[in-house]
Design a protein around this ligand. Sequence first.
Ligand code: NAG
Ligand code: NAG
Ligand code: NAG
Ligand code: NAG
Length: 338
Amino acid sequence: MILHRLFIVGLTGFVIARSPIEVRSNTTEGVNGTNLDLIPRLEPLSYVKTDLLNIAYYEAGPPDGQVVILLHGWPYDINSYIDVAPDLASDGFRVIVPYLRAYGPTTFVDPGTFRSGQQAALGADIIALMDALSIPKAIFAGYDWGGRGACVAAALWPERCSGLVSVNSYLIQDLSIAWVPLVPAIEAGFWYFYYFLTPRGVAGLTENFKELARVVWTKNSPVWNFTESDLDRAATTYNNPDYVDVVVHCYRVRLLYAPADPRYAELEAQLLLQPPITVPAVTLDGLEDGNFPATNGSSSAKYFTGPRVHHEVPGAGHNLPQEQPTAFADAVREVATL
Ligand SMILES: *[C@@H]1O[C@H](CO)[C@@H](O)[C@H](O)[C@H]1NC(C)=O
Ligand SMILES: *[C@@H]1O[C@H](CO)[C@@H](O)[C@H](O)[C@H]1NC(C)=O
Ligand SMILES: *[C@@H]1O[C@H](CO)[C@@H](O)[C@H](O)[C@H]1NC(C)=O
Ligand SMILES: *[C@@H]1O[C@H](CO)[C@@H](O)[C@H](O)[C@H]1NC(C)=O
């Protein structure tokens, strides 16, 4: 009820305008002339069709190994797992690393499908991927958008989840407090939430997708010396016709400034209850995260009702699997034993 009222107020107080989306070129040459062939990428990719998506994913490891699905964040891509994926594959895991909806070569099947970035969609996509690949159960591991999708899927489909690795612990947004402010120092890091509410932010993301990512990466990971090629490799995957729509929707809907996709209404109603994670979980916080301060895990303990171990990871910012790949891979190995 309250949610509905807030949403109406939000909508009527605001004109939601969109600029046309520019379709960018698709080459192996990076945005800044970097030759991306010079740095490794997770490839070749495979493709599988779900009800809504044609999902591009990287796969490694023995086909009969325990499945782990590695989920990337924004504004990043599957190559956050460039070191984690081969590490786990050589340890006997069957590793699946999908491009999330609207990233890289993952596309929508139907041009009419709502380009949603809401949290229920991110979770449901994981289950749809597993169904399409006939995978009954997997470990879900991720950070940022990918960690959110992992938490949603683990909470709503525990029978499909053998364990969860989540950077920043419990990531299911509580939309009932969407308009409650955080402390200003934290709000300052979330400038893009508010930018994306405006036509100016939509144009900015469309035109400056790479430089915007550079700003977010630098703030998220102050001690990570990423290279121009690292950034180019990721930015090339924002060359997806739905990238701007889905990113903008993701941040608008979490502030109740955009309608949600009605297809997920029932799932969102469950998420509003902040469901517990009952499966075994390992949670990680990067001690050098510049935007999401590390915790000792105590404040999120109430959401984890199964076995749960929390680690603070030195030398890691927000893109933890790329910055401290061994710590991330170790968390997957650990959750498999809980
Ligand atoms: C973009 O590149 C990928 C990978 O090389 C290719 O499969 C896809 O068809 C390309 N898309 C377009 C629109 O050229
Ligand atoms: C390209 O990279 C150089 C060196 O890192 C940087 O100075 C320049 O601003 C970049 N240009 C663009 C358009 O990204
Ligand atoms: C990053 O680069 C700075 C400056 O060159 C250096 O002091 C620092 O040790 C580097 N950090 C890492 C993690 O390599
Ligand atoms: C964890 O951090 C909280 C403050 O965020 C503090 O109150 C609590 O004592 C800490 N617990 C441990 C075990 O360090």
